[in-house]
Design a protein around this ligand. Sequence first.
Ligand SMILES: C[S@@+](CC[C@H](N)C(=O)[O-])C[C@H]1O[C@@H](n2cnc3c(N)ncnc32)[C@H](O)[C@@H]1O
Length: 196
Amino acid sequence: MKPKKKWEDHYSRKAKKEDFPARSVYKLQEIQKKFRIIKKGDVVLDLGCSPGSWLLYTSELVGAEGFVVGVDIKPVEVNIASNVKVITGDISRDGIGLLAPLEKEYNIILSDMAPATTGRKDVDAYNSFSLCNDALQIARSFLMPGGSFVCKIFQGPDFIALADEMKNMFRTQKNFKPKSSRKASKEIYLIGIGRK
Ligand SMILES: C[S@@+](CC[C@H](N)C(=O)[O-])C[C@H]1O[C@@H](n2cnc3c(N)ncnc32)[C@H](O)[C@@H]1O
């Protein structure tokens, strides 16, 4: 019998079976099931989109009338549908410059961006907080009024301040830990519904 990979679990096996390149798709599925934020025809921005499972899922949700733009430092190697465009680049360094030429406003901005982990929880939490700030900055420039925002963060001391900032920017702000998120992980999703 083959030895089990250290991180293999129910969700990673399910992702393999359903042809998703990452188990993270089930976190977005849970968010969608609970908050129903993505609708047919929406224009969606997916920050930190590689290897591409959120892209595959959102392109199905928005359908042919919708559109999805994904950005990541790393390339996306899955086959993408015709309603998806992928940009390779660094959101923290060039975010506005990468997106401005597309001249799009988004109904939904998602960020599953995660920093390379260092093994030091305080450093990782700070780097994750910094990526969330970058994503929120992008939302200030490109999210439509009424639009919604989802952002992954590794919980640390700055997490409450970010949630408070979102309370000012959105009609509703929620924090959500999907069941498919590993118990050992400090990650949580900040959700802002209805940009004021
Ligand atoms: C957990 S993965 C995202 C998985 C993706 N949601 C999926 O379902 O396939 C996090 C991604 O964030 C990307 N990332 C981290 N920092 C970034 C940055 N500054 N700009 C763009 N992407 C970034 C990483 O390269 C990595 O691919």
